[in-house]
Design a protein around this ligand. Structure first.
Ligand code: FES
Ligand SMILES: [Fe+2]
Length: 488
């Protein structure tokens, strides 16, 4: 705007348009004051009325702050709807939430044998995990070092090397570049420097985990803003202690994943049976027209929606028994089955619940198994449902600000793995509930995009796990925003 002020030239009376051009291309600094001093009065250029231009507005924040991050749940409003609708927030999540978290990408059983591999993607991350010839777990960015083609197709398989389908560069299971043809004449090239870029990889709790960012990167040194509130010093001290314990465990060679999850949460998740060696019986994939966090929120409402939205399912639950326990980076929900009179009824086929929900009907006898059902949410995008002979895993993959994909993997006790009618009926029941949840989540997304909606409120007695999820997000998003979300 400054250059468009109607100032006159010191060299005479160039037309204003000429000055505009001169100033625009000048490399000399030109200040508002300088141009003001050269302005003509009314007798000169009739248009001379330049005023100091206001300073440019600061760039908009990368993410709209959560106004009530420091409030207790009883007083807090939810994060702003822009967290669920803005592509810029999703980009920030890619660079903070997902780049610095341990992500479960496969069950350990899928990568048990040398040569087994799994590949997939999550936003900007293209990942490849495998078991090398010596039995060592490896993980890499699934990107060819030549011209960036995706190396292994998504899915699982077995191989003794990874050969790029574009120009044939070939990498070993240890990631080293083994073969690259037609490079005669190339200079300054060392094959040893062109192996696949490594990811951190670890096996823990029955899963294979990968992590992009190095330990100690963004987010870990940040305190949740609620911890800055009066009376929250205990939480600050606890978080610091947790981080110190994580560092100590990593330095001592113990699980980095367990340390990152936190000692209490990781122990509770193991006790709930997340690592039990069950048999994979089915996979399903759902695409939802909602932000990935809408699906997570739906999982974490403490059973609030079940009686309203899943009446059939609710009939099989003792909803007053619903309990949630919040740990460092995970939470566990549980709900006992409905009345004992249903137990032991013959001829009823168990149904499999969807995320966070207990099965309805007469399945208590077969699904109870003496172990309380556990619906484990692992920040940021993993849900592990362990009940009776079942373990099902839901992984939410963001696709766009208003779209996500949910991968369902079903595991079953080996003694039931060939009971096809039981499995088919159970999967159909799970699908019904999932369809109901899809409708809810997509409805919420449309509402979040409405100009009428900004923030909502929590039901304090049940939505604690969701509040905890938002607090963890807030830590990562604010840390990323403060750092300018520079790529690591
Ligand atoms: S992009 Fe992989 S060999 Fe060329
Ligand atoms: Fe639901």
């Amino acid at each position: 705007m400054l250059h468009r002020s109607f100032a006159c030239s010191p060299l005479g009376r160039l037309p204003c348009a000429a000055l505009f051009e001169t100033a625009l291309w000048s490399t000399a600094p030109s200040t508002a004051a300088g141009l003001r001093s050269l302005s003509c009065g009314p007798a000169g250029c009739p248009e001379s009325s330049s005023l100091p231009s206001p300073p440019p507005p600061p760039p908009p924040p990368l993410v709209e702050p959560w106004r009530d991050a420091a409030e207790p749940i009883e007083r807090a409003a939810t994060p702003p709807s822009s967290w669920y609708t803005s592509p810029a927030v999703l980009q920030l999540e890619d660079r903070t939430v997902f780049r610095h978290s341990w992500l479960a990408v496969a069950r350990s059983s899928q990568l048990a044998a040398p040569g087994a591999y799994a590949a997939g993607s999550l936003l900007g991350l293209q990942w490849l995990a495998c078991r090398d010839e010596r039995g060592q777990l490896r993980a890499f960015h699934n990107v060819c070092r030549h011209h960036a083609a995706i190396l292994a197709p998504p899915g699982t398989g077995s191989t003794d090397c990874f050969r790029c389908g574009y120009h044939g560069w070939t990498y070993g299971l240890d990631g080293r570049l083994q073969r690259a043809t037609r490079l005669a004449g190339i200079q300054g090239f060392r094959a040893a420097e062109h192996g696949l870029r490594a990811l951190q990889a670890e096996e823990w709790g029955g899963f294979v985990w990968v992590r992009q960012g190095p330990a100690g990167s963004a987010g870990r040194d940040q305190q949740p803003r609620h911890a800055q509130a009066e009376g929250a010093q205990q939480q600050v001290g606890q978080r610091q202690q947790e981080e110190e314990e994580e560092q100590q465990q990593q330095h001592s060679g113990r699980s980095g994943v367990a340390a990152w999850l936190g000692p209490r949460g990781s122990a509770a998740a193991l006790a709930a049976g997340m690592a039990d060696p069950l048999v994979h019986v089915a996979s399903r994939e759902y695409e939802l027209r909602c932000n990935w966090k809408v699906f997570v929120d739906n999982y974490l409402d403490g059973g609030y929606h079940v009686s309203v939205a899943h009446p059939e399912l609710a009939a099989g639950l003792d909803l007053p028994s619903y309990r949630s326990t919040i740990y460092e980076r995970l939470s566990i929900q549980s709900c006992q089955p409905a009345g004992a009179q249903q137990e032991g009824q013959a001829g009823q086929v168990p149904a499999v619940p969807a995320a966070g929900e207990r099965p309805a009907g007469g399945e208590q006898r077969r699904l109870g198994g003496g172990r309380p059902p556990a619906y484990i949410f692992v920040y940021p995008n993993l849900m592990i449902n362990r009940y009776g002979p079942w373990l099902d895993v839901n992984t939410v993959i963001p696709l766009a600000a208003d779209r996500c994909k949910v991968l369902f993997d079903y595991y079953l006790d080996a003694s039931l793995a060939s009971d096809q009618p039981f499995i088919a009926h159970s999967l159909a029941a799970s699908d019904r509930v999932q369809q109901e949840d899809t409708g809810l989540c997509e409805s919420v997304q449309r509402g979040l995009a409405s100009p009428s909606y900004d923030v909502g409120r929590y039901a304090p007695g049940v939505e604690g796990p969701m509040f905890h999820f938002h607090q963890l997000l807030d830590v990562d998003l604010m840390a990323g925003a403060a750092a300018g979300a520079a790529p690591a």
